[in-house]
Design a protein around this ligand. Structure first.
Ligand code: HEM
Length: 396
């Protein structure tokens, strides 16, 4: 018997549905892999992904981290598409605002939002865990974090939904999506202008007031374009990912009822359970990088100016790092994983993502300790950056 040729195609829906058999073959047979069709290299073993993540000089983010966008780098990129020293200055500035204390203070608001979404379904027999709940929550949370008044948050979520809307046949944003972007832009601009006139104590005010170091000893305020880029980055990085993480949680816990029962029996385990879910199904499974010098892996030279992807989802299932990696174990001792990245671009929203995950699961399991997923109704979303479900219908 000859093995099937080994092909990893990030755009192939059938691979995306369950990439783990391909990832295992990559790790075992081609730990440095080249995809000729799209012209990118891939690292799949935990150690390689981890080491490349911290070597930002060799593996640059400055041309973007989405492989299909790297040939045309953005002129005014968000922080996630920057290298030091520019990245360091931006990261320092926003880290001063995104403190654990400030994010931790959102717990009550997150719990109130979660209860508001879940309570109407008590006694209903079922709902769509993603469409009715997990896709809605993170937009509201980011708005609360930034300081958007509560009465505007539903409107902002509606516009954000519209930006993702695609009519049949549309592969990019259509008129409705573009109109929604304009509304969002104008909305943020109103807040930026108001805070420039009269700053308050919220995150938007802090960002408007913040001084960016210039590298020559001088500082300056962020421009409107930089503020918009940052708000856009928060939405892009913080909404889809959390929505998918919670969708995975609903599906994985239904498929692993004994693990779910452990969380119901001992809610203190939920924090670790969230970490295990992030390890097991990384909502952001690959991170693109631009290779800045010749670098050798397993006897093969990856030439300077190549595209390369760090397969974080594969790394998290590497049995060289994790025992029985394909088993979901909510009590697993996880010292490190790469589901939230690693190194200088480590997820800025990690604390918030974990908080949303914990509160959402605590409140879900308290109301619905047992559920089943109607698997024929599952609907996956396919993008080259986020992996998970748009629909997870549950019954209880
Ligand atoms: C489960 C949810 C989340 C996952 C799986 C996730 C995953 C990631 C990953 C893998 C990276 C590293 C990207 C790279 O190395 O190129 C990253 C960076 C980032 N994330 Fe998250 N993220 C999540 C939630 C959030 C939230 C809630 C926010 C917003 C508050 C956020 C904001 C960011 C930002 C701004 C960066 C860029 C950091 C930098 O360049 O220094 N993320 N995230």
């Amino acid at each position: 018997m000859t093995a099937e040729p080994l092909v990893y195609d990030p755009y192939d829906y059938s691979i995306d549905a369950d990439p783990y058999p391909v990832f295992r073959r990559l790790r075992d047979e081609a730990p440095i892999y080249y995809n000729e069709r799209y012209g990118f290299w891939a690292l799949s073993r935990f150690r390689d992904v981890l080491e490349a993540s911290v070597d930002h000089e060799t593996f640059s983010s400055a041309r973007g981290t989405v492989i299909e966008l790297m040939d045309n780098p953005m002129p005014d990129p968000p922080m996630i598409f920057m290298d030091p020293p520019r990245h360091t200055r931006f990261r320092k500035l926003v880290s001063r605002t995104f403190t654990q204390r400030r994010i931790g203070s959102l717990e009550g608001r997150i719990r109130e939002l979660v209860a508001g979404y879940l309570d109407p379904f008590v006694g209903s027999g079922g709902f769509d865990f993603v469409a009715d709940f997990s896709a809605k929550l993170p937009v509201m949370v980011i708005s609360s974090l930034l300081g958007v008044p509560e009465e505007d948050q539903d409107q902002l979520r509606h516009w954000t939904d519209q930006t993702l809307h695609r009519d049949p046949g549309e592969t990019g944003p259509g008129p409705a999506a573009l109109d929604a972007w304009k509304e969002i832009w104008a909305y943020w601009q109103g807040h930026i202008d108001a805070r420039r006139r009269r700053p308050g104590s919220d995150v938007m005010s802090d960002l408007v007031r913040a001084e960016l170091e210039q590298g020559d000893g001088t500082t300056r305020a962020l421009t409107d374009a930089e503020l918009h880029a940052f708000f856009g980055l928060l939405s892009a990085a913080g909404n889809e990912t959390v929505a998918r993480m919670l969708g995975w949680a609903a599906l994985l816990l239904a498929r692993n009822p004994a693990e779910r029962a452990r969380l119901v029996g001992n809610p203190a385990l939920i924090r670790n359970g969230v970490e295990e879910i992030l390890r097991y199904e990384a909502p952001s499974p690959l991170q693109g990088r631009w290779v800045t010098r010749d670098v050798e892996y397993y006897g093969t030279v990856v030439p300077k100016d190549s595209k390369l992807v760090l397969l974080t989802a594969s790394a998290n299932r590497d049995d060289r790092e994790f025992e029985e990696p394909d088993r979901l174990d909510v009590t697993r001792r996880i010292e490190r994983h790469v589901g939230l990245g690693f190194g200088i671009h480590f997820c800025l929203g990690a604390y918030l993502a974990r908080l949303e995950g914990r509160v959402a699961l605590e409140e879900t399991l308290r109301r619905f300790p047992v559920w089943e997923v109607e698997e024929p109704g599952l609907e996956m979303i396919h993008t080259s950056t986020v992996r998970g479900y748009a629909r997870v219908p549950i019954r209880f």
